[in-house]
Design a protein around this ligand. Structure first.
Ligand code: ZN
Ligand code: FE
Length: 241
């Protein structure tokens, strides 16, 4: 059984992650924020769209939901804490809840901060983690609803996952984030190397994602922050960068 995972870019910086099984063509989408550009890929590949996973209520993550549900009558998973803001979901999920959808078995991890109900989806066998707007490569989400302390704790939970986990964020922000990370650690050779690689990928219009969690643990300033005060300082500086 082989699972293929591909980014579908839409809007300026968003990715919907498409997962499908080659043999059955069964498919799922993470954060389908738009319908038409994403649906055209589903149709081109003749996929059987079965499930949608939603990380949080922002419209660039939920915008395609209603039309996908109407077209494919797929099941929709969304955070319980945001049930009032994501009315189209069929399953509202809580921290540590298991979701089994054929070729993948996810565990829900509550990661408040960007929004109060934000969640990540983790599959320990496939070693994949969908982080929405909580963790980006070399960055993290803005604190629209949660406190610095909440986001710091959320990132500690992500940090506790195995190094060989592949991280799939919902935005292509890596180059900007890299510029900020380098401003904090201009002499970090590994960071310089990753930034060069990121620039080359972007010049070639290629995604910089997914990224190994091991790389993020070593280079992402928001994961490197040892205490909440340090995290808060970086977050404030990034907001003004
Ligand atoms: Zn968001
Ligand atoms: Fe977003």
């Amino acid at each position: 059984m082989s699972v293929t995972i591909e980014p579908i870019p839409f809007f300026e910086t968003n990715y919907t992650w498409l997962l499908y099984e080659e043999e059955t063509k069964n498919a799922l989408l993470v954060d389908p924020g738009d319908f038409t550009p994403i649906d055209s890929i589903i149709k081109d590949k003749h996929l059987n769209l079965q499930s949608l996973l939603i990380t949080h209520h922002h419209s660039d993550h939920t915008g395609g939901l209603r039309q996908f549900k109407e077209t494919y009558s797929c099941q929709v998973f969304a955070p319980m804490k945001e049930r009032d803001r994501i009315s189209e979901a069929t399953h509202y999920v809580q921290d540590m809840e298991q979701i089994s959808i054929g070729f993948a078995q996810f565990i829900v991890i509550n990661t408040p901060g960007h929004t109060l109900g934000s969640i990540c989806y983790y599959d320990a066998n496939l070693k994949i983690l969908f982080t929405g707007d909580t963790l980006f490569s070399l960055g993290c989400g803005r604190l629209f609803e949660g406190s610095p302390d909440q986001m710091f704790q959320s990132l500690q939970r992500i940090k506790s996952l195995p190094d060989d986990t592949l991280v799939y964020p919902a935005h292509e922000y890596t180059e900007d984030n890299g510029r900020f990370a380098l401003s904090l650690a201009p002499n970090n050779l590994a960071l310089q190397k990753r930034f060069e690689q990121v620039k080359q990928l972007r010049d070639a219009h290629k995604p910089t994602l997914p990224v190994l969690l091991e790389t993020e643990k070593k280079l992402n300033p928001f994961l490197l922050a040892a205490i909440v005060e340090e995290f808060t300082r970086y977050r404030k500086a990034k907001d003004q960068f």
